[in-house]
Design a protein around this ligand. Structure first.
Ligand SMILES: [Ca+2]
Ligand SMILES: [Ca+2]
Length: 173
């Protein structure tokens, strides 16, 4: 009997440790389309601005997974940040079945890295994902091609919400 209680206590402790280690999303990532937002790092590591220059723009990103069994072109999908209306459609990039892509805020060459992860760059000259996303829910929507960046749910296939984002921390959507 004592052993049973001990085991129950250990299971409860393990569950608590898991909760503490992972930022708890309100619900698991989901999508009604081919692409799903799974993670986000809204607040790039280090200061966003140093000596009046925007720094580490590519340290700000979100991660999208191709949930289908075939290659999907990212072209035209609209990441709609719900606090602003300067969302650029994603570039043309062929994402293989099941693969994930880091969508970076700054500039770079779209590519696949040695770990098999893909990277595309949006070419902004400043940070665009709010570090304090407490005013809206969700903070980011991924919308079907040809959708408008109008901060509404129209065309939305997947969402992410994060609230206040700690420096350099990645959140599950
Ligand atoms: Ca940010
Ligand atoms: Ca927007």
């Amino acid at each position: 009997m004592a052993q049973k209680r001990l085991r129950a206590a250990l299971v409860a402790a393990a569950a608590l440790a898991t909760l503490a280690a992972v930022p708890s999303p309100a619900q698991a990532a989901s999508t009604t389309g081919a692409l799903m937002i799974t993670h986000v790092r809204p607040n790039a590591s280090g200061a966003d601005i140093k000596n009046n220059r925007q720094t580490n723009l590519n340290g700000e990103y979100f991660i999208v997974r191709n949930v289908t069994k075939k290659t999907v072109d990212l072209a035209g999908y609209v990441p709609d940040i719900t606090t602003n209306t300067y969302g650029r459609p994603l570039p043309s990039y062929r994402l293989p079945a099941g693969a994930r892509v880091y969508v970076h805020t700054g500039s770079g060459r779209n590519h696949r890295d040695s770990s098999g992860n893909h990277h595309v760059y949006r070419g902004y000259a400043r940070h665009v994902l709010p570090n304090d996303g407490t005013t809206r829910n969700p903070d980011l929507r991924l919308k079907k091609p040809k959708s408008r960046d109008d901060n509404t749910s129209s065309g939305s296939i997947s969402t992410c919400n994060w609230g206040r984002a700690a420096d350099g921390r990645t959140y599950a959507c």
